[in-house]
Design a protein around this ligand. Structure first.
Ligand code: FES
Ligand code: FES
Length: 219
C-alpha cells in the first residue's frame, strides 16, 4: 500500500536543504551565509593593547617603562627591564621563585602588578651585592652550598633577606613558642617555617637553613 504523509512540518526537501547548510557549518565552523574569508580575518585581528608609561624604582635606579596595566611585576622585571634574576616557577604564588623585596618586605612578584609599585623601593637579587662584594646572605649560600641548579636561589636569597628583617623586628611565626616575645631566636625550626614559601626541587634545604643560620649570626 502506498504511504501517504499528511503531517505538517518540515518536508524531506527542507530537511535535505537544511542538512547541506548544517554540514557546511559543522565542517567549516563558518555559517554558509557568513562574511567572506578576508573580512572574517580582519574582524579576528587583535586590537592593540593600551599601554601606560610608568616609572619603577628598582635597585636604587629609576627605570622608565611603558606597560600594559595588567603586567605583573615579575613580567615587567624579566620581559621588559632585562632583570631576569627573579624567576618564574609557577606564576601562581606557590613556589617563591619570584620573591623580591618591596620596601624591604618580601613579596611574590608574580602576584602583584607593576603599576601598583610606582614610587616603591624594589630590590631584586641583582641589587643585593655591593659592587663585587656579595650580600652576606649570598656569600653564606655560596659557602654552604645552599643551591644546586640555582633556579630557586634568587627567590630563596631575597626571601631570606626579608625574613631576617622580620625576625629582627620580632615578628613571630607559626613555629614561635611565644608569639608575644620581643625578639626571635632563629632556631632551625624557625628558619624552616619562615622559609617554607620557597620551594627547592633540588632539596638543598639543609644547606639553605645552614646558610641562613650563618647569615643571621653574622648580622
Ligand atoms: S613564580 Fe611566583 S610564586 Fe611561583
Ligand atoms: S637549587 Fe634547584 S630548585 Fe633549588
Amino acid at each position: 500500500m502506498a504511504r501517504t504523509d499528511n503531517r505538517s512540518g518540515p518536508t524531506r526537501r527542507m530537511v535535505l536543504e537544511g542538512g547541506v547548510a548544517t554540514g557546511v557549518l559543522l565542517a567549516t565552523g563558518i555559517p554558509v551565509d557568513a562574511e567572506p574569508a578576508d573580512s572574517v580575518t580582519a574582524a579576528a585581528s587583535p586590537t592593540p593593547v593600551p599601554t601606560m608609561p610608568m616609572s619603577l624604582r628598582i635597585n636604587a635606579k629609576d627605570l622608565a617603562v611603558e606597560l600594559d596595566l595588567r603586567t605583573t611585576l615579575l613580567d615587567a622585571l624579566r620581559n621588559h627591564l632585562g632583570l631576569t634574576g627573579s624567576k618564574k616557577g609557577c606564576d601562581h604564588g606557590q613556589c617563591g621563585a619570584c620573591t623580591v623585596l618591596v620596601e624591604g618586605r618580601r613579596i611574590n612578584s608574580c602576584l602583584t602588578l607593576a603599576a601598583m609599585h610606582e614610587g616603591d623601593e624594589i630590590t631584586t637579587v641583582e641589587g643585593l651585592a655591593e659592587g663585587d662584594r656579595l650580600h652576606p646572605v649570598q656569600a653564606a649560600f655560596v659557602a654552604r652550598d645552599g643551591f644546586q641548579c640555582g633556579y630557586c636561589t634568587p627567590g630563596q636569597i631575597c626571601s631570606a633577606v626579608g625574613m631576617l628583617g622580620e625576625a629582627r623586628a620580632g615578628w613571630p611565626s607559626h613555629a614561635s613558642a611565644d608569639v608575644a616575645a620581643a625578639s626571635v631566636a632563629l632556631s632551625d625550626a624557625e628558619i624552616r617555617e619562615r622559609m617554607s614559601g620557597n620551594i627547592c626541587r633540588c632539596a638543598a634545604y639543609p644547606n639553605i637553613v645552614a646558610a641562613i643560620r650563618d647569615a643571621a649570626e653574622e648580622a
